[in-house]
Write a protein that binds this ligand. Structure first.
Ligand SMILES: Nc1nc2c(ncn2[C@@H]2O[C@H](COP(=O)(O)OP(=O)(O)OP(=O)(O)O)[C@@H](O)[C@H]2O)c(=O)[nH]1
Ligand SMILES: [Mg+2]
Length: 219
């Protein structure tokens, strides 16, 4: 960035403070709190405590202040997702890719692992990964997102879908994620998808850029 441009940005920041409010949702263990940490401080830890209820954190990037609602992903906290998504500038839906290398139906089996996180019965459902029943669970997972988006209170709110943990070899491709979650069928709002790794800070810049772009003027 040239000196002149930096000066202009500084001048702009004095007069045009931007702010945005963001809800981070997704299944337990998806990496939501890790993403908040990476955005806020660049720090990453393997040793995380599941979020109970929610945490709120304010992060400032340039002249943009981002208020992040980091919601718990465990089943008992999911009923509050809608409440915390109302009136925010954008929804970020965070996915986890983990588990085992499936034998068949690569993307679906991987997503079935994701579904197992919804149920909170990871060990039990893990055994169904290559079973046809898991494909039913995949549609439940997809249903979670589409169900949330169908709430009238969330009409038109832009959606950023993040496929996290792409550092893992079993991670889905962006195309598989898009297909598996039926993202193409969402036509009533802006939808964007990035594949990220909090661990390696992959594509975190793009996420921040998207957030800053979607912030709104305070004055
Ligand atoms: N390999 C890998 N692990 C990650 C990544 N991001 C997060 N994790 C790990 O995933 C686990 C869960 O991360 P959290 O950030 O606590 O997940 P969460 O979505 O906040 O979970 P809840 O608060 O229960 O909803 C931790 O062990 C993290 O270290 C990543 O990019 N790659
Ligand atoms: Mg958390």
């Amino acid at each position: 960035m040239g000196l002149w441009e930096a000066f202009l940005n500084w001048l702009r920041s004095l007069f045009f403070k931007q702010e945005m409010e963001l809800s981070l949702i997704g299944l337990q263990n998806a990496g939501k709190t890790s993403l908040v940490n990476v955005i806020a401080t660049g720090g990453y830890s393997e040793d995380m405590i599941p979020t109970v209820g929610f945490n709120m954190r304010k992060v400032t990037k340039g002249n943009v202040t981002i208020k992040l609602w980091d919601l718990g992903g465990q089943p008992r906290f999911r009923s509050m997702w809608e409440r915390y998504c109302r009136a925010v500038s954008a929804i970020v839906y965070d996915f986890v890719f983990m588990g085992f290398r499936p034998i068949r139906f690569f993307s679906q089996d991987s997503m079935a692992v994701l579904v197992s996180d919804i149920s909170g019965l990871f060990c039990v459902i893990k055994e169904y990964v290559v079973d046809a029943a898991d494909r039913d669970n995949l549609s439940i997972s997809k249903g979670e997102l589409h169900d949330l988006l169908s709430k009238p209170s969330l009409t038109g709110i832009p959606l950023l879908v993040l496929g996290n943990k792409i550092d893992k070899p079993e991670a889905l491709t962006k195309q598989s994620l898009t297909d598996a979650m039926g993202l193409k069928s969402i036509t009533d709002r802006e939808v964007c998808c990035y594949m990220i790794s909090c661990k390696n800070s992959t594509n975190i810049d793009s996420v921040i850029e998207w957030l800053v772009k979607h912030s709104r003027s305070k004055n």
